[in-house]
Design a protein around this ligand. Structure first.
Ligand code: ATP
Ligand code: MG
Ligand code: MG
Ligand code: MG
Length: 469
């Protein structure tokens, strides 16, 4: 059974053999792209190659790209621990053509790798195409011999990929694997498509248009290819598993989490171990790429992930900080492929330990307050916004941490009440400054308080790149 590390190499070698340049993953913080919170797909580092603005010495590339989807448009944070297929941090394997090959080659490249090199049974695979893309449907028929019912035409944006309101875009085709009817879910396009039976493994985008701000679209001079396949998803499949978290690498992290806490990876704490394993990866990789926990922007997303992980460790009965102790396991698993982890080990461990030590003092008290509030809360009622705000303001609970805690008990937060409480606090702060006559100082203080007031706790949606891939 191939390990995730072996599968990554097989993928890159396959495309290298087919004349692609193996390019390193770019950092999780996109260079020169303030519109995007984190790198969320393989194409991010090649954006300008598709429009022709940037020329490189190669026109075929392949990468294993570090991705984080925990903020902005692509936010899988709430899926972690609950679905079989989502992480906040994952690796996207991709092959790219910049004005070189197009559909006629991209489809056979993918099909050959999956069915020959990876030896996946053909009858378990099905694909989607954009509803008007007869060309792609015909290539699938010819190359893979798929029957019409396994070439599903999708009319929605799921199969017309756009980087954002502007930029390169085009129709795409996606490859799905059927894990069997013992798992709930339906084929793409059906009402049950969000189940985990039919798992999307690979998205091939046919870059052929450019979208402009005024809504118009032009055909690009070059036709290009941008693909993305989740390493953990193809890994699960090749290891005969359904769940990404049962792959070798994730499993080792789950075991490390269990060894540091309740000793039972598959016991009732399993969901907590999954969350911890996932969050260990995203937090460590973000710190290695220079993000530090802070009160806003990228740093606040990092802090939210860290604190969520800490709550899950707490639920496992951990009395002392846990996360920093798991870093060596992560480096053992991923340090060879990503040497930046080893280089940043001390920083990662210190940052995790510092954050966990500081948060520990208020975490216990905050969770107690939350428990008490829930005891008094009539059935069916939402947690009052003021309580969630107190947890945020006094105990350092990001709103989504409170929501995560409530989800287990099928409760929700009154988010309008939360916003109102936040506004009220800001208004009070402003009022207390009026009349001092120190307008300039007040302005400075305001800037600071806005900044420290975690302005983007509800989602920081300045990310405009909608990149599905
Ligand atoms: P899904 O519909 O399952 O959420 P997606 O359509 O959002 O996936 P794409 O944006 O098309 O995913 O990304 C390309 C590939 O990256 C997917 O086909 C999948 O293999 C992988 N992928 C996407 N999101 C995640 C995630 N959160 N965790 C692990 N792999 C992912
Ligand atoms: Mg998704
Ligand atoms: Mg999808
Ligand atoms: Mg997709």
């Amino acid at each position: 059974m191939p390990s995730l590390n072996e599968i990554r190499s097989t993928f890159l070698n396959y495309f290298e053999r087919n004349d692609h340049r193996v390019v390193d993953s770019s950092p999780l913080v996109p260079r020169n792209d303030p519109t995007l919170m984190f790198t969320n797909s393989g194409m991010v580092q090649f954006k300008n190659c598709f429009t022709g603005v940037e020329k490189r010495e190669y026109n075929r590339a392949t990468t294993a790209q570090k991705c984080v989807r925990a903020g902005g448009k692509h936010n899988d944070l709430d899926n972690v621990g609950y679905t079989a297929r989502h992480h906040t941090f994952f690796e996207m394997l991709g092959n790219f053509s910049f004005g070189d090959y197009f559909k006629e080659d991209a489809i056979p490249f993918a099909w050959e790798l999956l069915t020959k090199d990876f030896d996946i049974p053909k009858d378990k695979l099905l694909v989607t195409v954009y509803h008007t893309d007869d060309e792609a449907a015909n290539i699938w028929k010819k190359v893979a011999g798929l029957p019409d019912e396994k070439i599903i035409r999708i009319p929605t944006s799921d199969n017309f990929w756009q980087m954002g309101p502007t930029g390169p875009c085009g129709p795409c085709t996606e490859i799905f694997f059927d894990h069997g009817d013992h798992i709930w879910g339906g084929p793409p396009g059906s009402p049950e498509e969000d189940g985990d039976r039919f798992i999307e493994i690979w998205n091939l985008v046919f870059m052929q248009n450019e979208q402009f701000e005024d809504g118009s679209m032009r055909a690009l001079d070059m036709q290009s290819i941008d693909t993305g396949m989740g390493l953990e998803r193809i890994g699960a499949l090749l290891q005969g598993k359904h769940d990404n978290y049962d792959t070798d690498l994730m499993r080792h992290l789950i075991e490390a989490s269990a060894n540091a806490t309740d000793g039972a990876p598959d016991g009732p704490g399993n969901v907590h171990h999954r969350v911890i394993a996932d969050h260990l990866r995203s937090t460590s990789f973000l710190i290695a790429d220079g993000v530090m926990p802070s009160a806003d922007g990228r740093g606040y997303v990092l802090r939210r992930i860290m604190r969520r992980a800490m709550r899950h460790a707490h639920l496992l009965g951990a009395k002392d900080p846990v996360m920093h102790r798991l870093v060596p396991s992560l480096i053992r698993e991923m340090g060879a492929a990503y040497p930046e982890l080893g280089r940043a080990q001390a920083l990662i461990e210190e940052t995790l330990l510092g954050e966990e030590t500081r948060f520990k003092t208020t975490l216990d008290r905050g969770l107690k307050l939350l428990d008490e509030a829930l005891v008094d809360l009539p059935e069916g009622e939402r947690l009052p916004g003021e309580t969630a705000f107190k947890l945020y303001d006094t105990f350092g609970f990001p709103l989504d941490l409170t929501q995560d805690a409530l989800r287990e008990r099928e409760r929700e937060v009154d988010t309008e009440g939360f916003d109102a409480a936040m506004e009220e606090q800001k208004a009070k702060a402003r009022a207390s400054w009026s009349g001092t006559g120190e307008a300039a100082n007040a302005a400075i203080w305001f800037d600071l308080s806005e900044k420290l007031g975690a302005t983007e706790f509800l989602g920081y949606d300045t990310e405009t790149a909608e990149g599905q891939i």
